[in-house]
Design a protein. Structure first.
Ligand SMILES: O=P(O)(O)OC[C@H]1O[C@H](OP(=O)(O)OP(=O)(O)O)[C@H](O)[C@@H]1O
Ligand code: HPA
Ligand SMILES: [Mg+2]
Length: 196
């Protein structure tokens, strides 16, 4: 579904005042929430009888983590790692920096990494190597979004919400220069926003 900037506010839902900056909505709040329910049901089936350790990749995955954890009907624990490779740019620097590491040892744990987006794949590829070295019992990825046409490094991903076109998107955790993370939907920005 692709809606235009003229989509009525009632359809878009709350936009926190960002509405004028949005070019078009790629995924509505309803589509995102329905997909999360679907992903959580699949994960609950696959991990039945095991305790899952959700590792949220900050900051982008913060909204996804909070909705996914509530939808997942399994006992889970949560850890967060903060990494950054984009800064204020719309393309990856390719250099992944750990801003905050996990608080606990993950050896022998069933780790499910929650990511908001796989774009070039550089962040996740680096992260999986890093976490894999800590000897978890299992290590899988659940990503809400993936851009198949932007991939530079193939990464094994067990669960994917949506494959999307190769456009820079914001909302539902995803930022441009730290803005728009709080939007409940995912959309693109008007070109003039980048020129500001
Ligand atoms: O596949 P890639 O090209 O590596 O891009 C994906 C990563 O980029 C974003 O994080 P970012 O570095 O912007 O940090 P943030 O989550 O704090 O916004 C996003 O949240 C992913 O972690
Ligand atoms: O399309 C994107 N939007 C926001 N942040 C991102 N980080 C990687 N890709 C994106
Ligand atoms: Mg970012």
């Amino acid at each position: 579904m692709s809606e235009t900037a003229s989509t009525p506010a009632a359809v878009l839902g709350p936009d926190h005042g960002y509405g004028p900056d949005i070019d078009h909505v790629l995924l509505s709040e309803e589509q995102i929430q329905a997909k999360i329910t679907e992903l959580a049901e699949q994960v609950a089936r696959d991990y039945e009888g095991r305790e899952v350790l959700l590792v949220g990749v900050l900051k982008g995955a913060v909204l996804f983590m909070s909705d996914f954890a509530r939808a997942l009907r399994l006992p889970t624990q949560m850890e967060f790692m903060a990494v950054s490779s984009y800064g204020s740019s719309t393309s990856s620097s390719g250099v992944v920096r750990i801003l905050k590491d996990l608080d606990r040892d993950i050896s022998d744990r069933h780790v499910l990494v929650l990511e908001d987006i796989i774009d070039s794949g550089l962040t996740l590829s680096w992260l999986l190597k890093n976490l894999g070295g800590r000897r978890p019992a299992s290590l899988e990825v659940c990503a809400l979004l993936r851009k198949p046409d932007a991939i530079k490094v193939e990464v094994p991903v067990r669960y994917v919400g949506f494959d999307i076109p190769n456009e820079f998107v914001v909302g539902y955790g995803l930022d441009y220069a730290e803005r728009y993370r709080d939007l409940p939907y995912i959309g693109t920005l008007k070109p003039e926003v980048y020129e500001k």
